[in-house]
Ligand binder design. Structure first.
Ligand code: SF4
Ligand code: FES
Length: 372
């Protein structure tokens, strides 16, 4: 008999809106070993993963809570044999579903089943344009060929395709070719997103952080292509925040719009939240999503602005960027409640300037993500 769905109670936290999007990390298993992977350094085991029945219950709770979109991710979500059933469950609950995949497992047969189950969109990652470079960064020989075939299969079954390419100093010079590849593969959207420095990427930062000159050249290329390709290809462009003077509004603010569920069921305000000491993240195995979203200490710890110290406390941007990223603040200063050091107003901004000086040094080798 399936487990009874927990009762969803009306919320008690005044002013807290329901979440809009859920990142469902179905598994940390993945055939790729990207050295900038956003998964934690300590990956969760397959034997701890939520079961199909647990995910179905969670999807029901998410829809009841107000979530509109579910992003099936990982690791590689296609490593889960029950993915088609979970897509069907999401569709049945009225959730818009997006598949975030490496394209290294499966093809047209699986995609046809996903489309019939109600999948609405596919986001496919490439590591680079040339096969040898792509496969070196992915840590998997033949990955580029599999991804190219997968992209064709996405188009063959009629699903909209977004290409995602993570950029850094080792591939940033190829932005023009990335745009050409997206057009050739029939993508409607291209995300050119710089590495974000958490987890594996922070370990490998010296090999990835670009120089200012590299970044400026790439930005000019993207801006010209956006103009030229209006109505043909939408290009999202995420620059490295280390080169900015104000931080990004990470997750649109802690506990405001977004929740992340790990393979074993931990509910997180962001993908890197487990790096923060002193916070424990409840599991969907122990509490309802509504309880966790509205009442848990972890989700309320950095909500709003009451937790802020100077210079954020009285800054005019405090409800625009919410003090930047809590995880980056902790990783760079040891204190998650400080201003994100990317901010030039932060007393810790020097650590970012030091990292930028390191970016001038030639480093190519990196440590690959390892499962198990
Ligand atoms: Fe954002 Fe704080 Fe910097 Fe102001 S001082 S811009 S709120 S990080
Ligand atoms: Fe955790 Fe930004 S990644 S708050």
């Amino acid at each position: 008999m399936p487990p009874a769905e927990p009762r969803i109670e009306p919320h008690v936290a005044p002013g807290v809106e329901p979440p809009l999007a859920l990142l469902a990390e179905l598994t940390h298993r993945c055939p790729l070993r990207c050295p900038y992977c956003s998964n934690p350094l300590k990956l969760e085991r397959a034997s701890d993963e939520l079961t199909e029945a647990e995910w179905r219950r969670v999807l029901g709770e998410a829809a009841a809570l107000g979530v509109l979109q579910v992003h099936f991710s990982g690791g590689e979500p296609m490593a889960r044999r029950d993915l088609v059933a979970l897509i069907g469950e999401a569709a049945g609950r009225g959730l818009y579903s997006n598949l975030i995949t490496s394209g290294a497992l499966g093809g047209e047969r699986e995609l046809q089943a996903f489309a019939e189950a109600g999948l609405k969109h596919v986001q496919l990652s490439f590591q680079d344009v040339a096969a040898a470079d792509n496969d070196r960064i992915a840590g998997l020989s033949g990955a580029h060929a599999r991804k190219s075939a997968f992209a064709q299969a996405v188009r063959a079954v009629g699903l909209p395709l977004t290409l995602n390419i993570v950029v850094h100093r080792q591939n940033l010079g190829g932005v023009d070719q990335m745009i050409e590849m997206a057009l050739a593969l029939g993508a409607r959207r291209l995300e050119i997103a710089h590495v974000q420095y958490y987890a594996w990427a922070l370990t490998n930062r010296a090999a990835f952080l670009p120089t200012r000159a590299q970044l400026d050249t790439a930005t000019r290329t993207v801006e010209a292509a956006r103009e030229r390709l209006k109505g043909v290809l939408a290009i999202d462009y995420v620059v490295p925040d280390y080169h900015g003077v104000r931080p990004k509004s990470c997750m649109n603010g802690w506990g405001r719009r977004f929740l992340n569920i790990s393979p074993a069921g931990k509910v997180l305000p962001c993908h890197a939240a487990e790096t923060l000491p002193g916070l424990s993240f409840p599991s969907v195995r122990d509490a309802s999503l509504a309880d966790i979203w509205y009442r848990s200490e972890a989700f309320n710890r950095f909500r709003g602005t009451d937790w802020m110290a100077e210079p954020c406390r009285n800054c005019e941007r405090r409800t625009i960027d919410w003090g930047g990223c809590r995880c980056q603040a902790f990783l760079l200063t040891g204190d998650a409640a400080r201003a994100d050091p990317v901010c030039a107003l932060s007393p810790d901004h020097g650590v970012v300037e030091t990292a930028l000086r390191e970016a001038e040094q030639p480093v190519e080798a990196f440590i690959y993500r390892q499962y198990g």
